[in-house]
Design a protein around this ligand. Sequence first.
Ligand SMILES: [Zn+2]
Length: 91
Amino acid sequence: MKIAAERIERLGLLAKEAAAAGDAERARTYVRRARRIAERHRLSLPRKLKRFSCDSCDSYLIPGRNARVRTQDGHVVVTCDCGAHARYPYD
Ligand SMILES: [Zn+2]
């Protein structure tokens, strides 16, 4: 279990690096891999990865580049370039 969590964590970092380098496709591959491991092991994604990935298209989101972030009614609303929204409690 612990190894799976570590792999997910690592894939999240790789996704972030790939996205920062402008390689959206590679970032998406890492996000998908992390999600698959999480599902298989019934783990939840680390909050950071959950919030910076799109549930709909698996993009790793970088606000200002491929995602918009707004606050609304005490929530953070993240909109991916694909059009999907995600809402999180503000914290
Ligand atoms: Zn998306």
